[in-house]
Design a binder for this molecule. Structure first.
Ligand code: DSN
Length: 448
């Protein structure tokens, strides 16, 4: 069947935007570390008749009839997750990562309780207690950071935990390039009687493949989205470990009640099926090779960038992600870097860096990752090429500096953006990016 034939027939506007997005994905180097290219099997489940069903409750205990097949689908997703992660209890119903994390809070904390998480500006997630998130407003949030070198500051974590006696501590990041210190956090959480939750959304595919240590022996609760290194649909899972059940035998039922009816209504059964498929795929030897290559590629990209003079936070990476600190070009340079690279078809995001000298909206760094380009089949030699494209672009815009005043900034960035249209280096790199991506076809069977 022709790709999106029915969409094309019924809604030309949406069809043409979706077609443009497919072309963009095909002809860009996707370096956003939280993105990936899922498989067609996963997409078929997501776009299936399972979206028609309501199934409030859990397998065997639903509030609606007609759930005999949905029950089997959910049970398969649960049993696959249990086997793959080696955990005791799994809930596959969270709509995405942020609701999953809120469901964890509501299962073990009451509003006003003290919680601890890594601050957003040091690489943590909004839902780990950042002040503009509901998690930072409903709970008394204590935030820990990283050292000037970019490593989680364990001494600070220990001190803050002893001083504040949190009920729940989060470990897990969205911009952290080194192994997570699960063992040290476990000792700290135990010493103050806190629940320890690991948010492994970014690294769950690496954990499954054994290329990042598993948090299972150390933490009580684990959350993960299913669409990042795990390469499944947009969704999330909450897991309870043996350790968690030993600490609190009611934890599984507290989590389940917190998901439904606490936070959510009907589960997204089409996503549950897609999660089950992604988990089956992730249990294959091919997936293990993929995850290993993700890390090899990240290390190769990091090495090549450093060889070309780019300063990386912690001078390398242990996982799928790289954080470049461009403050030495100028504070706030991440803004120019993201825009210029985007224009050349290299997609990544501006990011704060340890000791940020600018601001979260005008940060000095860029965050990159290799899950998506590895799914396309790229390897170490392509990483060298990509590093060289990145440095060529950065060098062509290095004279730009963010003005101090807010008004001047807006005008400056607007002019900078317009100037990118006439940047010969960008045009040259854009051609190279098109040629490189053409060698790694993406969804070749989608034709129209
Ligand atoms: N937006 C995700 C990321 O980019 O890391 C986290 O939710």
């Amino acid at each position: 069947m022709e790709y999106l034939s029915e969409v094309k027939e019924q809604d030309e506007e949406i069809f043409s935007l979706m077609k443009n997005e497919l072309d963009r994905q095909r002809s860009s180097i996707e370096l956003i570390p939280s993105e990936n290219f899922t498989t067609e099997a996963v997409m078929q489940a997501m776009g299936s008749i399972l979206t028609n069903k309501y199934s409030e409750g859990y397998p065997g205990k639903r509030y609606y009839g007609g759930n005999e097949f949905i029950d089997e689908i959910e049970k398969l997703a649960i049993s696959r997750a249990k086997a793959l992660f080696n955990v005791e209890h799994v809930n596959v119903q969270p709509y995405s990562g942020s609701p999953a994390n809120m469901e964890v809070y509501l299962s073990v904390c009451s509003p006003g309780d003290v919680i601890m998480g890594q601050s957003l500006t040091s690489g943590g997630h909004l839902t780990h207690g950042w002040n503009s998130s509901a998690t930072g407003q409903l709970f008394k949030s204590v935030q820990y950071g990283v050292t000037d070198e970019g490593y989680i500051n364990i001494d600070e974590v220990r001190k803050l935990a002893e001083q504040n006696k949190p009920k729940l501590i989060w470990i897990g990041s969205t911009a952290y390039v080194r192994k997570l210190p699960f063992k040290e956090f476990s000792e700290i959480a135990h010493s103050v009687g806190a629940y320890l939750a690991a948010d492994i959304s970014h690294i769950s595919g690496l954990v499954i493949a054994g290329v990042h240590e598993s948090p299972v022996p150390y933490v009580d609760i684990i959350t993960t989205t299913t669409h990042k290194t795990l390469r499944g649909p947009r969704g999330a899972i909450i897991m309870v470990t043996k350790k968690g059940i030993e600490k609190d035998p009611d934890l599984p039922s507290k989590i389940d009640k917190s998901v439904f009816p606490g936070m959510q209504g009907g589960p997204h059964d089409h996503i549950t099926a897609a999660i089950a498929i992604a988990l089956k795929q992730a249990s294959s030897p091919e997936f293990v090779s993929y995850a290993k290559q993700v890390v090899l590629n990240a290390k190769a990209l990091a090495t090549a960038l450093m060889e070309q003079g780019i300063n990386l936070v912690t001078k390398g990476t242990d996982n799928h992600m790289i954080l470049a600190d461009l403050s030495d070009i100028s504070p706030g340079f991440g803004v120019f870097a993201q825009e210029a690279l985007d224009k050349a078809g290299i997609t990544l995001n501006k990011n704060t860096v340890p000791g940020e000298r600018s601001s979260p909206f005008y940060p000095s760094g860029i965050r990159m990752g290799t899950p998506a380009i590895t799914s396309r089949g790229m390897k170490e030699s392509e990483m060298k090429e990509i590093a060289s494209y990145i440095t060529q672009i950065l060098s062509s815009i290095k004279e730009n500096k963010l003005p101090q005043s807010k008004e001047e900034r807006l005008t400056y960035i607007k002019n900078f953006r317009e100037g990118l249209n006439h940047n010969e280096q960008i045009k040259k790199v854009r051609e190279n990016v098109i040629n490189l991506t053409a060698k790694f076809p993406l969804y070749p069977e989608m034709k129209n």
